[in-house]
Design a binder for this molecule. Structure first.
Ligand SMILES: Nc1ncnc2c1ncn2[C@@H]1O[C@H](COP(=O)(O)OP(=O)(O)OP(=O)(O)O)[C@@H](O)[C@H]1O
Ligand SMILES: [Mg+2]
Length: 289
């Protein structure tokens, strides 16, 4: 396993708005090892998708940068495939052709037509969609569309899979099934994954590491929680596990007690004011990565 496979290094971004510039991220800093499954969690609007878009190369950071496998990321590339919350399938292409589109983009010239066909089918088998290859997107359910989106992403053999709330729009049962499939596939292929989620249980169940973001503006990483639970993970057994519940509690506490607030300036001011508050502020500071 290679350390610091993906480095998000002191990333800041400002957006021009009608009221002047809006600083969405400031000094976002964390790294991901090869084959690691990392979730990003934080309140709505804190900047999770912005981080993902910068890693995808769709947004340019105003300061800092992203290095993947030793190379700086400046534009989108097939080494980083994105699964969006809404599946983003081409409505005029069949299930098979939606996956084939990505495969042709990446493997044209390296694989024969027959090899590409076999590869598309293989990836549709992985997500259990091989029974519906000729169906059109409007003929399949939301969960099935999401499976096809994941197959398209996997079939491109990206170095990193970027998933922005991929299960958000699904019912609880479909969501659980897809979470299990993604965990299985990720383990089998040792894919590096960044998953954005609002769901605390999903983050703990699936991740090796949870990056918890503070609220914006100027959002940054508040805390990073390492999840040391053996794989494969089984949701029913984990629900009764003290360790699982401890991790869950840590995330809930960050989100709802601290409310994702990591106010660095306020913490500094407190140190200058009262000794009692200063002790509190410095203990908070220690938790900040
Ligand atoms: N292109 C843009 N122009 C201006 N502001 C933007 C742009 N993209 C994002 N923002 C702002 O940056 C902040 C972070 O947005 P982002 O979409 O990353 O949040 P998020 O954490 O993904 O939220 P959610 O959980 O609701 O999806 C928001 O205040 C948003 O309005
Ligand atoms: Mg978002």
């Amino acid at each position: 396993m290679m350390n610091k496979f993906l480095e998000i290094s002191r990333v800041g971004i400002e957006f021009p708005t009608s009221n002047g510039t809006y600083c969405a991220l400031s000094d976002v800093d964390f790294h991901i090892n090869e084959g690691e499954f990392v979730s990003i969690i934080g309140h709505s609007g804190c900047g999770k998708s912005t981080v993902l878009n910068i890693v995808a190369g769709l947004y340019q950071a105003t300061s800092g940068g992203v290095i993947l496998d030793g190379k700086e990321v400046n534009e989108p590339g097939p080494d980083r495939a994105v699964v969006f919350q809404s599946h983003a399938l081409m409505p005029w292409l069949s299930v098979y052709d939606n996956v084939a589109l990505g495969v042709e983009q990446v493997f044209k010239g390296n694989k024969t037509r027959a090899e590409m066909m076999e590869w598309v089918e293989h990836n549709l088998r992985l997500v259990k969609m091989d029974h519906a290859t000729q169906k059109m997107p409007h003929e399949i359910s939301g969960g099935m569309k999401q499976r096809v989106g994941i197959a398209r992403c996997l079939a491109m053999q990206p170095k990193v899979m970027l998933m922005d709330e991929p299960f958000g729009a699904l019912d609880a049962l479909t969501r659980a099934n897809l979470q299990d499939s993604v965990m299985e596939i990720q383990k089998e292929l040792n894919t590096t994954v960044i998953l954005i989620t609002h769901d605390v249980d999903e983050a703990v169940l699936m991740s090796d590491k949870i990056v918890m973001m503070s609220n914006g503006p100027a959002a940054r990483v508040g805390e990073i929680l390492e999840i040391d639970l053996a794989r494969p993970r089984e949701r029913l057994a984990l629900a009764k596990s003290d360790k699982f519940n401890y991790y869950r509690q840590q995330v809930l506490s960050f989100l709802y007690e601290k409310k994702g607030v990591v106010d660095f300036d306020a913490a500094k001011k407190k140190i200058e004011t009262t000794p009692a508050e200063s002790a509190q502020a410095s203990s908070n500071d220690e938790k900040v990565s």
